[in-house]
Every structure is written in structure tokens, then in C-alpha cells.
Design a protein around this ligand. Structure first.
Ligand SMILES: [Zn+2]
Length: 308
């Protein structure tokens, strides 16, 4: 096999030709969605939509079977760890086993170990004071300390970003949208966290105050050097299956230029294997980066040859 190898398609992209069609274009590491819920969407064909890897950010353990059946490599964050009675344990969409209540720091190790035993490669915690009780700071800190894998937090409510930062939470499942994050906290977050974008869920194509707040928070996080990951929360509302041009346009609005956009789409996260897949965009790059990226196809490495 004389094909190009995965590590030759880095985030800058490489000129390549598609064997089957002769099309010339650019190859990248596979594009991923860092926030989906397979339990809500099933094993849909993300690959046809240009997505070559997905991270399930919370569900019952039977989603592992869905991840195995998914047409692209998928990783799983386990159940939502939350306070007893906390969000989303009361939600109609959350099946039995999708939440795991952690009553105090003494339960942290067991809670984490159960998720890892079920195949989780991340730990998901929920801090939502707008919809119920929230894990206290001591319990959250104990969960982070107990976890050998990154902890991803859903943060919703006043003051909770600071709680997550103090506890050492490494990833936010959503760009904060409920309030403007003070600059000093943005700088602290940029130094220690990765933020998953999920900007389009605050409007689905229509600008809203919450979306404006999230875009402004993300712009300042990115300016401060914070690492942004592309994620859509697919399964939450009316979102396209595959690359979401509205999400990419909002990332662009937040100041991510081509290199940062491509990093957000390709960054290594949640132990996702490549499966030998790459992103391939036919034709020359255009000034409309969002439209150009949205045209990405998922191809196997053997389908491409590098142009020297
Ligand atoms: Zn979600």
C-alpha cells in the first residue's frame, strides 16, 4: 500500500488526490464531534455528513453497544454524575442508568470506577443549579481526584464555572452561555481547560441573547489562548447529522480562523481512534472557510494519495 499515513495529514492539511475520482484537494486528520448523544440519535450515518469520530457525553451503559455499531469511531463518557435529585435525573429523555447520583466525596471513587468499568474514556459531571441540586465543591474535587481520565462538566448557573475551575475540571461540555464570564476567569479557564463549542443549540440558526453571550465568552477564551473543540450536542434539538455549518460559522464569529477551526475539528480527544479515516476536501481552499470545511468528505487513508 503506497497510501499516505494518518500522521502526514496534520492540522495544516496536505494536498492529496482521491484515487476513485481523481479529484485533487486537501487531506486532514479526521473531523470529530466532541459532544453527541448516541442514545438520542442512534447509530446514524455521521460519516456521510463528514464526521469521522464522535464522543458520547453521557448516557446509560447500553450506549456502548450503539458506539460499537456506529459507522464512525465513538467514545463514551459514561453516565452523568450528578447530585442526588440533580439534573438530568428528572428529565423524560434521560433513561434509567443515564444518571449516577454521588451523595458525597466518599462515593467519588466508586462512581468513577463504575463508569470506567462500563467502557468510559471520560467522566461527565453535571453542575446545573438552574434545574436542581448541584454537587458540592468537596464532592466535585473528589471526583476529579479519583479520575484517571479527563472530567467534562456541564456548567449552568452563577458561580459554577469558578467551582469547576477550583476542582480541576479539565473540559467544559458547553461554552458558558448563561452569563458573561469575567475576564479573570476566562484567563484561568484558558490556562487549564478545553471548551467544547455547542454554540448552535442556543438558536438553531437564529441569534439569541444566550448565543451572543456564548460567542463572546468563547471569543475571549480563544483570544486568551484557550483550546476550543468542535462539538454540537447532537441529539439536543434540530441539528444536522454531520458537519454543522452553523456551528462552524459561529466559531468563525468567535474569532477562530482556519488553523484554529481545523484544530477544533481534529484535536485528539477522548481516546478516539482514527480508524484509518481522514477528512478530504476537494478543490482549492476558498475565502469562505466555513463553506469550504463543510464540504469535507470522510475517506479511508487508502483512498488517497499524497501529492508531492
Ligand atoms: Zn449534551
Amino acid at each position: 500500500m503506497g497510501g499516505m499515513t494518518d500522521d502526514r495529514a496534520d492540522e495544516l492539511g496536505r494536498p492529496a488526490r482521491r484515487r476513485s475520482t481523481g479529484e485533487v484537494g486537501t487531506a486532514f486528520a479526521p473531523f470529530r464531534d466532541a459532544h453527541v448523544h448516541l442514545g438520542l440519535i442512534g447509530a446514524v450515518d455521521l460519516r456521510a455528513g463528514g464526521i469521522a469520530g464522535a464522543v458520547d457525553l453521557g448516557w446509560s451503559s447500553d450506549v456502548v453497544d450503539l458506539a460499537d455499531a456506529a459507522p464512525v469511531p465513538a467514545s463514551y463518557a459514561g453516565s452523568f454524575l450528578t447530585a442526588p435529585g440533580g439534573y438530568p435525573s428528572d428529565r423524560a429523555w434521560a433513561p434509567a442508568g443515564s444518571t449516577h447520583a454521588v451523595a458525597g466525596p466518599e462515593e467519588a471513587v466508586d462512581a468513577v470506577e463504575r463508569q470506567l468499568a462500563n467502557g468510559a474514556s471520560l467522566i461527565k459531571v453535571v453542575l446545573n443549579s438552574e434545574a436542581g441540586p448541584v454537587l458540592d465543591a468537596v464532592t466535585l474535587t473528589a471526583i476529579v481526584a479519583a479520575s484517571p481520565v479527563p472530567v467534562v462538566a456541564h456548567v449552568q448557573g452563577p458561580g459554577l464555572l469558578e467551582v469547576a475551575l477550583e476542582a480541576g475540571v479539565q473540559v467544559l461540555a458547553h461554552t458558558p452561555w448563561t452569563e458573561p464570564v469575567p475576564d479573570d476567569l476566562v484567563v484561568r479557564a484558558a490556562a487549564s481547560q478545553r471548551w467544547i463549542s455547542t454554540l448552535d443549540i442556543h438558536g438553531y440558526g437564529t441569534a439569541t441573547p444566550e448565543q451572543d453571550t456564548a460567542v463572546d465568552n468563547l471569543r475571549r477564551f480563544h483570544d486568551a489562548g484557550g483550546e476550543v473543540l468542535y462539538g454540537t450536542d447532537l441529539g439536543n434539538g434540530d441539528l444536522p447529522v454531520g458537519l454543522n455549518s452553523r456551528e462552524l460559522a459561529l466559531l468563525h464569529e468567535a474569532g477562530l480562523r482556519p488553523r484554529a477551526l481545523i484544530h477544533a475539528l481534529t484535536a485528539s480527544f477522548a481516546d478516539l481512534p482514527t480508524g484509518g479515516l481522514l477528512a478530504f476536501i476537494a478543490g482549492l481552499p476558498t475565502h469562505d472557510t466555513v463553506a469550504w470545511l463543510t464540504g469535507a468528505a470522510v475517506v479511508h487513508v487508502d483512498e488517497l494519495e499524497l501529492i508531492r
